[in-house]
Design a binder for this molecule. Structure first.
Ligand code: ARG
Length: 459
């Protein structure tokens, strides 16, 4: 394709290091679509004859049909998907194929193909996150009033409801979706027609190709068009943030499924056994989500390092943009599917969760709050009194609400029987009615909003 000024062909090493076809063949649909949009425009503008345009367009359809049926052939000599398609087109339709590359370059071609691919990946991630949200709100509604210990420092802190805990991940998924939607919207300008770097002297219609490919408008600067990979970084940043969220949920599932916790039994379909220990059921899918999140973050780092310090416009380094994006996308979609299945299929052991909430003196704050409200004691002093009550309960090996009134009065005479109403875990969660709090009614309110946002029927 470019042999004119060379007297020797590339060495085997050059061919190998140069080839992107092993991975960029994933762009074949986008490459055919962009070539078709381009040639239709060339025909309409009279840059190639109507007859050649029609021949090229039909030929491209045939190339696509072959790829669909047999896959994309991998010939390193042809370097990439762009040259592979063009060379097959030439075999099929003859010299007219040589007119397709008028007024474009592989630099604007690859930017366009890749941007189209990333736009689709944004929409796919958004849709998969929507499925995860459906699973989360469904389980959250079921467990709007199921009590579990809430943790800080992984130490029992205050009782919360399982529904509230699950809805925390709904909110994370909501922000993740907005990041993918933003990334999609920001990638709405079409680079096609920027040509190699400077634009072209042919009377092309960039509005037309942009529209045909589903972009809102053409890019505004040809140099930026061929050297911009922000859209891929936007995707990877959104993917990394999303993967971080998934890894936190995965980690909780792993902890909760461990025997000392026993808060959850994970679905068999997403667990594995041990070849030596017959009793084992391992949370491998969750562990792999936790692991894959690191790889996704690595993909982001990889492209950041590739782009850092590159002068305008295109440099071959940029060919390395695709593997990290493809890898991150396939890992992310797998992780989203795995976590959706885990949320759907988990058996939450609510009796055990409740018991754990009662064991950890989780209502100590409620005792302190009661002293503030009922006995008008400053919070800091109430905190101190409550500390003494926890110490006594610990010595006696009982829950706070199992201390006798005599015990409590000995700690502070201002305490009376009414305190017991505040000390149960139910009373504790029911009291937390502030906006976004864990009270079951608050959780149900947020679940109802979420269901409406997801287009689910009110229940
Ligand atoms: N295979 C190249 C890539 O993926 C296509 C663009 C090549 N452009 C060039 N001027 N060599 O980036």
């Amino acid at each position: 394709m470019w042999g004119g000024r060379f007297s020797q062909g590339p060495s085997a090493i050059m061919r190998e290091i140069n080839a992107s076809i092993p991975f960029d063949k994933a762009l074949w649909r986008q490459d055919i679509a962009a070539s078709k949009a381009h040639v239709v425009m060339l025909g309409k503008q009279g840059i190639v004859s109507a007859e050649d345009a029609a021949t090229i367009s039909a030929g491209l359809d045939q190339v696509a049909a072959e790829y669909e049926a047999n896959g994309v052939p991998e010939d390193w000599d042809l370097e990439d998907i762009h040259m592979t398609s063009e060379s097959r087109l030439a075999e099929l339709i003859g010299p007219a194929a040589g007119r397709l590359h008028t007024a474009r370059s592989r630099n604007d071609q690859v930017a366009t193909d890749f941007k189209l691919w990333v736009r689709e990946a944004c929409l796919a991630a958004d849709a998969a996150l929507g499925m995860l949200q459906v699973a989360l709100v469904t389980r959250a509604e079921e467990h709007a009033a199921s009590i579990m210990p809430g943790f800080t420092h992984l130490q029992t802190a205050q009782p919360v409801t399982l529904g509230h805990h699950l809805m925390a991940y709904y909110e994370m998924a909501q922000r993740d979706r907005s990041r993918f939607v933003d990334a999609h919207a920001r990638a709405s300008q079409c680079p096609l027609g920027a040509a190699a770097l400077a634009g072209t002297g042919f009377p092309i219609d960039r509005e037309m190709t942009a529209q045909a490919l589903g972009f809102a408008m053409p890019t505004a600067n040809s140099l930026d068009s061929v050297s911009d990979r922000d859209f891929a970084l936007d995707y990877l940043m959104a993917a990394t943030q999303c993967a971080l969220h998934l890894s936190r949920l995965a980690e909780e599932m792993i902890i909760w499924a461990s025997q000392p916790f026993s808060f959850v039994t994970l679905p068999d379909a997403l667990s594995t056994g041990s070849s030596i220990m017959p009793q084992k059921k391992n949370p491998d899918a969750a562990e792999l989500v936790r692991g894959h999140s690191g790889r996704i973050a690595g993909c982001l780092t990889s492209l950041i390092m590739t782009m850092k310090g590159l002068p305008l416009a295109y440099s071959k380094d940029m060919q390395d943009d695709k593997p990290p994006v493809f890898e991150a996308a396939s890992l992310l979609m797998l992780c989203l599917a795995a976590m959706t299945g885990m949320v759907e299929g988990a058996t939450f052991r609510t009796a055990r969760m409740r018991e754990a909430a009662e064991l950890g003196y989780a209502t100590a704050t409620d005792l302190a709050d009661w002293l503030v409200r009922q006995a008008n004691i400053p919070f800091r002093e109430a905190h101190h009194i409550t500390g003494a009550a926890v110490k006594l309960a610990e010595q006696k090996g009982v829950a706070l609400d199992k201390l006798t009134i005599k015990d409590l009065k000995m700690i502070d005479p201002r305490i009376d029987e009414r305190v017991y109403a505040a000390l149960s875990v139910e009373a504790s969660v029911a009291a937390r009615t502030s906006h976004g709090g864990t009270a079951p009614d608050e959780v149900r309110k947020r679940v109802a909003e979420a269901r409406a946002a997801l287009g689910l029927e009110a229940s």
